[in-house]
Write a protein that binds this ligand. Sequence first.
Ligand SMILES: [Ca+2]
Ligand SMILES: [Ca+2]
Ligand SMILES: [Ca+2]
Ligand SMILES: [Ca+2]
Length: 280
Amino acid sequence: MYQDAALGWTSVQLLDTPYSISTFGEDEQGELYLADYASGKIHNIQYREPGLDTSGVFRPGNGLLYLKNTNTSGFADIAINYGLGGDYPIAGDWDGNGTATIGVYRNGSFYLRNSNTVGFADIVFAFGAPGDQPVAGDWNGDGVDTIGVYRNGQFLLRNTNSSGAADTSFYLGNPGDVGIAGDWNGDGSDTTGVFRPGNGVIFLKNLNTSGFADVALNYGLAGDQPVIGDWNNDGIDTIGVYRNAQFLLRNSNTIGFADIVFDLGNPGDMPIAGNWDGIP
Ligand SMILES: [Ca+2]
Ligand SMILES: [Ca+2]
Ligand SMILES: [Ca+2]
Ligand SMILES: [Ca+2]
């Protein structure tokens, strides 16, 4: 809108799009808005985290980590030692700065680090029990990834990286399944799923609640390890598997062949994925 001394306020449409944009605005918290000329609605503009996730492997025998900034074959961009043999690797943006970093789960304790460098854990706390499988995701959509565990068909998720009771718990899958997490519907919050290692069946759910899966598909083979990420930076996390030192990634959560295939690591390594360099 603009003001003319003679005519008073006049409104105009700036962009003829489905939103019919007429004005932009910002509030005191720095939130951005745009006004829809046709509907009169005010839309809040949300920042979308840079999303291109790339791969890495953890060597369970000795805690070596190899991270790569592209989903291509070739040497790792980062090679570090973190954790101990027998640890279970995880990755997430623990400090909300747009960069994913490493962590490990060891006998009911999480050891999270805010940089992909050698050094002590920045965040250490107990959650879950020995034998649980760790998961990580942004369960509440605040831009910070936090942890959870999967235990015999039950997820226990926490919204802060600290000890305490689970904020959310629910059932999905069967004992023996592998818990996975990602933003399957692109709404900015991560939810869970399970991968059934015996037959490669995957169940994904768009809410962290008990109930039927929203997506059921078959991807991968018996013995594969699941790996989740946004491989094409469209805001949607999709599936992949790691098999004998090869990543087979898919850009949609549907049945079909891998879209991206490359080699990294050795047979027996465990896959992880994240946006290590913070670059979309
Ligand atoms: Ca971070
Ligand atoms: Ca969060
Ligand atoms: Ca989601
Ligand atoms: Ca994607």
